[in-house]
Structure formats: structure tokens, C-alpha cells
Design a binder for this molecule. Structure first.
Ligand SMILES: *[C@@H]1O[C@H](CO)[C@@H](O)[C@H](O)[C@H]1NC(C)=O
Ligand SMILES: *[C@@H]1O[C@H](CO)[C@@H](O)[C@H](O)[C@H]1NC(C)=O
Ligand SMILES: *[C@@H]1O[C@H](CO)[C@@H](O)[C@H](O)[C@H]1NC(C)=O
Length: 187
């Protein structure tokens, strides 16, 4: 017991020497450790999954042998670089892009796992990102997917994206326009 206590004392001396000067010595580090008061930001935009024509923004990179026989496309993995715009019209103002991948993980109901970064390019959000990671239950119509982090203005973010299907067309793959209502808690 005494030995264990000695080890802790030794370690805490070591930590006091190493950690305290680091935290005090760097304004940047201190700012990041103690970011200040939390804010809530809401962003409204539209996500365009373009799966037709010569310049699709979503491509299939892998699938299971029987994915195409599944009613949901179970097992399909896709990579995306989708525009985010102010309105449902693809020609409306571009405010960012969604980069990432999703996998169809619903065998009976259309459900995907998203690993997507929303990279904003407009105004004060230019260069900032949020990370959308989790279940996207497309079949539900209106659903929430978690925001688990971010960078820039959105450093240390958490929140949700409420998604609403605006347009879905499965004729030639998956063309979709989804309304995104982001609620972001950040500093
Ligand atoms: C966003 O930032 C990049 C890099 O700093 C810059 O090149 C670009 O013009 C900016 N875009 C807008 C719309 O402000
Ligand atoms: C669905 O997509 C197909 C192929 O791109 C297109 O020909 C058709 O017009 C679309 N349907 C609607 C309702 O937009
Ligand atoms: C998303 O935001 C828009 C604009 O603020 C609003 O009209 C719409 O009702 C919201 N949708 C959902 C599902 O919250």
C-alpha cells in the first residue's frame, strides 16, 4: 500500500511539473481547454445526392453479392461529395459540401449509417465543419442523425441534423434532395 501511495506521489509530482506549465504556457491550448459559453446555431440547407449523368456526386464503391436483390440495397457502400445549397433547387446558392461515406445497414427498412463531414464554404462558417455520424432512417421521412463534433466555429460541437425527404428517385440509383435542419451546440 505504501509503495502504491509513493508511486502516486511520484506521478503527481511529475504531472505537476509537466502539465501545468504546458497549460499556462500556451494561450491557444488554454482557449481550447476552457472554450467559454455554449451557443446554439441553427442552419437550414438542402443536401443533393446526385446519382445520374456524367458528374454524379455519390458513387457506389462496394456491395455484397446479393445487395441488388435486396429491397433496400442492403450492404451497398457509397462515397459522396454532395453539394449543400440554400434551397431545394440544385442551382440555388452553394453553402458547403457533404463529404463522406454511407453504408446501407437496413435489410428490411431503408436505413443507412452515415460517416459524413459537412464542410461549410460560405460567410462566417467558411472553413468550419461538423461531423454527422450515426443512424439515418431514410424510410422514416423525418428523422434525426447525431452531430458528434466539429472544427473551426464549430469546434467541440454536438447536436442533431433533422432530415426531411424533399425528393427521392430510385429509378437510376438514388437521386435525393434532403432538407437539413442543423441544431449545433458549440462554443
Ligand atoms: C472561403 O475560404 C477560402 C479559403 O480561405 C477562400 O478561398 C474562399 O474564397 C472563401 N469563400 C467564400 C465564399 O468566402
Ligand atoms: C427519376 O429519374 C429518372 C432517371 O434519371 C428520370 O428519367 C425521371 O424523370 C425521374 N423522375 C422524376 C419524377 O423526377
Ligand atoms: C426546418 O427549418 C425550416 C426553416 O426554418 C422550417 O420551415 C421547417 O419546418 C423545419 N423542418 C423541420 C422538420 O424541423
Amino acid at each position: 500500500m505504501a509503495e502504491v501511495a509513493n508511486i502516486f506521489m511520484f506521478l503527481s509530482m511529475f504531472l505537476a511539473v509537466v502539465v501545468v506549465p504546458l497549460a499556462q504556457g500556451s494561450d491557444d491550448l488554454t482557449r481550447k481547454i476552457r472554450p467559454g459559453k455554449e451557443k446554439v446555431t441553427q442552419i437550414h440547407c438542402y443536401y443533393h445526392n446526385v446519382d445520374h449523368g456524367d458528374n454524379p456526386t455519390t458513387v457506389t464503391v462496394a456491395m455484397a453479392p446479393n445487395s441488388m436483390k435486396s429491397p433496400t440495397g442492403f450492404g451497398i457502400v457509397r462515397v459522396l461529395d454532395n453539394p449543400l445549397t440554400t434551397g431545394p433547387d440544385p442551382k440555388s446558392k452553394l453553402v458547403g459540401r457533404a463529404h463522406g461515406i454511407y453504408a446501407v445497414d437496413g435489410a428490411f427498412d431503408f436505413n443507412i449509417l452515415m460517416l459524413v463531414d459537412l464542410a461549410f464554404t460560405d460567410g462566417i462558417y467558411n472553413g468550419s465543419t461538423v461531423n454527422v455520424v450515426g443512424r439515418n432512417h431514410v424510410a422514416a421521412g423525418v428523422r434525426d442523425t447525431p452531430i458528434v463534433g466539429g472544427t473551426g466555429v464549430f469546434a467541440f460541437a454536438r447536436g442533431i441534423v433533422t432530415m426531411t425527404n424533399y425528393y427521392l428517385n430510385f429509378t437510376s440509383g438514388l437521386d435525393a434532395i434532403i432538407e437539413y435542419n442543423l441544431t449545433i451546440i458549440h462554443y
